[in-house]
Ligand binder design. Structure first.
Ligand code: NAP
Length: 248
């Protein structure tokens, strides 16, 4: 059947696949025919994602991205890839005046340095095929908007958006495309971890023109578009998916 969004024959690495957007992305990619390599820290939840993957022959790697050992562990087990979706990330409700160097490192290491290092080491060890697609899950924060107490998180995502522009240029010679997806609030654990209260979330929801938050699958579908041959002339783009939030 004709399907320009098919991922048949492609091997895709998805980080942060034990929860939320990463979990949905891994599952949806497998439904589109991809072989997926999934990573996360929590083995039980990662196994749950694995059990929900379509077809067989996928690979699961339990690893912490906040240190070099964890990243090396992933790189050493990687097959040659046709795509990467960097989903792993953390948020932190942190008024700037309370930010310490330690807190700054905590966020930057997982949200920025880890995806940069995985990409760099995968390219260096020739684990990324020609004509592959690399997708960074960024945010509306730090690119189109921000919120009180989100300056450091915004900085980590703004840095990613800057990175993809230059990286897209560096990789174009190999036909490797580099893009980001920039979601507004999506209903995942990241916003039910006590960082934001349920009352605050209800107030926030009303600010969305489409009157709801996003679902993880709605971000996964954007990643599938960017991974597929349907987007093979798209590179260096920041794809905004926010239910109209940044229009007003
Ligand atoms: N949800 C939103 O509203 C929203 C909006 C814009 C952007 N984003 C971005 O989307 C991405 C996914 O967020 P989500 O909402 O799906 O969050 P989530 O449900 O909390 O999932 C986060 C994922 O990142 C992994 N992770 C965190 N720290 C890690 C570490 N040190 N090493 C390895 N893996 C680590 C987690 O693994 P374990 O659970 O196994 O530890 C989990 O799989 C993040 O980059 C986030 O910034 C989210």
């Amino acid at each position: 059947m004709y399907n320009p969004f098919s991922l048949e024959g492609k091997t895709i690495l998805v980080t942060g696949a034990s929860s939320g957007i990463g979990k949905a992305t891994a599952i949806e990619c497998s439904k589109m025919g991809a072989r997926v390599i999934i990573t996360g820290r929590n083995e039980i939840r990662l196994q749950e994602t694995y059990n929900n993957l379509e077809k067989a022959d996928h690979l699961m790697i339990v690893s912490d991205l906040s240190d070099d050992i964890g990243i090396k562990n992933i790189i050493s087990q990687l097959p040659v890839l046709d795509g990467v979706v960097h989903c792993a990330g953390i948020t932190n409700n942190l008024p700037f005046q309370f930010a310490s160097r330690e807190k700054l490192d905590e966020i930057m290491i997982v949200n920025f340095y880890a995806p940069v290092e995985i990409t760099r080491q995968a390219i260096k060890t020739k684990k990324i095929n020609k004509n592959s697609s690399i997708v960074f899950i960024s945010s509306i924060s730090g690119v189109f908007t921000s919120s009180v107490a989100l300056s450091i998180y915004s900085a980590s995502k703004g840095a990613l958006n800057g990175l993809i522009k230059g990286l897209a240029l560096d990789m174009a010679i190999k036909g490797i495309r580099v893009n980001s997806v920039n979601p507004g609030v999506v209903e995942t654990n990241i916003f039910h971890s006590g960082v934001i209260t349920d009352d605050q979330l209800e107030v926030e929801k009303k600010r969305y023109p489409l009157k709801r938050f996003g679902q993880p699958e709605e971000i996964a579908f954007a990643a599938i578009y960017l991974l597929s041959d349907a987007s093979k002339w798209v590179t260096g783009t920041n794809l905004l998916i926010d239910g109209g939030f940044t229009l007003q």
